[in-house]
Design a protein around this ligand. Structure first.
Ligand SMILES: Cc1cc2nc3c(=O)[nH]c(=O)nc-3n(C[C@H](O)[C@H](O)[C@H](O)COP(=O)(O)OP(=O)(O)OC[C@H]3O[C@@H](n4cnc5c(N)ncnc54)[C@H](O)[C@@H]3O)c2cc1C
Length: 381
């Protein structure tokens, strides 16, 4: 093999590994700054990797649905599960429709890396810049220059810099004339404004809620954390929240008005952890008493818990965000091949693109679906 590779892939995460595992041409190099492949996969889904979801379609993503839908249709969750099963991994449904590795996320990392030889891998290698010279991509790294005829940018977003995120994908895109949609941390907890500082006292408490933001409702747990609120419902809400308020139904559908004449104490009747009820009672300046003894205005105050107005101060930032919203504009990418429409032989896959999924396996599915289209094109040309 010559010093010039046919294909270079920057990023040995979910999307880059899937491209590499699907290539027929072995003359490729997979570059990553981490010492191991699949670092983010290894810590995902509580260590079990939520690989995909039984219900995958473009409605679960923020991005251009006309761009996204055909990619998901081309290689959706059924096709992904079949692909994995044929290679010996049998994901299991653990929560609702979410598929996880049976034992550990390492299983899928090992599967994706199984066909890689040491010649294909350039780990501990930080990419600094990419240019084009005489029709070749020249990839400048901390360990020298790598040249390739085709380049796949699979370097993810800005989340979790401790395991490799660098933003180099956006820089490469911009250097080649691509637009990059404004990025922000997503699937992340919210910080608090002064009015909700009392939430901090509740750190560790968790309760089921429904959060409505930008016309979308997300059910799931809300977890009170040291710095603010987190948990699945909050993470999903963070994908759609830009600024302003959202509404939290702390009563999770329970209708207080239907219990107007109950003898039970507020703290006994409300379907909330006791610590949380007590904290709200203090905030609302109410004492714990039987529901039937509540005055009309007191009942109205309590009913606020069904549509509690919450305005985050901000979020926990990229260091805690599962994904990066925004990224390389999909308007300049061909969705049949993931090729750049501006630069020959340049491809973008995975999270680096302006496509972000909800919680529940949608982001790995996106990484694999987009990688599939890319590999199909590379194999055909
Ligand atoms: C804690 C956590 C849990 C998650 N759990 C889930 C889950 O269960 N299900 C789900 O669907 N999604 C989950 N996600 C999101 C999911 O991990 C990502 O969307 C997905 O990994 C994106 O794949 P990717 O290949 O595009 O990018 P990445 O997996 O981020 O891979 C990019 C690779 O590029 C490398 N790289 C970046 N810059 C450079 C550079 N300058 N030089 C060399 N290499 C570079 C990085 O080291 C990295 O290995 C989770 C994310 C986090 C942070």
């Amino acid at each position: 093999m010559s010093n010039i590779k046919e294909i270079a892939i920057i990023g040995a995460g979910a999307s880059g590994l899937f491209v590499a595992a699907s290539l027929r041409n072995n003359d490729f190099i997979l570059i990553d700054s981490n010492p191991k492949i699949g670092a983010k996969i290894a810590i995902s889904g509580g260590g079990k990797c939520n690989i995909t979801n039984g219900f995958v379609d473009a409605s679960h993503y923020v991005g251009d649905s006309d761009f996204i839908a055909p990619i998901l249709d081309g290689f959706g969750s059924k096709a992904l599960l079949k692909w994995l099963q044929e290679r010996g991994l049998h994901p299991v449904v653990k929560k609702e429709h979410q598929y996880f590795c049976p034992n550990s996320a390492k299983e899928i990392v090992e599967l994706l890396g199984a066909s890689l030889s040491p010649q294909n891998l350039r780990l501990n290698t930080l990419v600094g810049q990419v240019s084009v010279e005489k029709g070749l991509f020249v990839i400048a790294t901390n360990r020298g220059v790598i040249k390739a005829k085709k380049l796949v940018v699979a370097c993810g977003g800005l989340s979790y810099a401790t395991i490799g995120a660098s933003g180099i994908g956006y820089a490469i895109a911009q250097d080649f004339g691509h637009s990059v949609a404004k990025t922000s941390p997503a699937l992340v907890g919210f910080t608090l404004q002064k009015e909700q500082f009392f939430f901090k006292e509740l750190s560790g408490v968790s309760t089921p809620v429904v959060i409505t933001v930008e016309g979308r409702a997300f059910g799931g747990s809300l977890l009170f954390a040291h710095k603010g609120i987190s948990g699945p419902a909050v993470l999903n809400a963070s994908l759609y929240w830009q600024k302003g308020t959202m509404s939290i139904d702390f009563l999770n559908g329970f209708k207080l008005s239907q219990h107007r004449n109950a003898n039970k104490l507020i703290s006994t009747l409300l379907p909330l952890p006791k610590r949380l009820t007590k904290a709200f009672l203090v905030q609302f300046d109410l004492i714990d008493k039987p529901i039937k003894e509540l005055k009309r205005n007191e009942l109205e105050v309590l009913e606020q818990l069904s549509a509690y107005t919450f305005a985050p101060a901000g979020n926990f930032g990229y260091s805690k965000a599962e994904v990066t919203r925004g990224g390389v504009s999909t308007h300049e990418i061909d969705n049949k091949s993931m090729r750049s429409l501006l630069v020959d032989n340049l491809y973008f896959v995975g999270e680096v693109l302006d496509v972000t999924g909800q919680l529940g396996g949608y982001n790995f599915q996106w990484a694999f679906s987009s990688a599939y289209q890319c590999a199909k094109d590379l194999n055909a040309n």
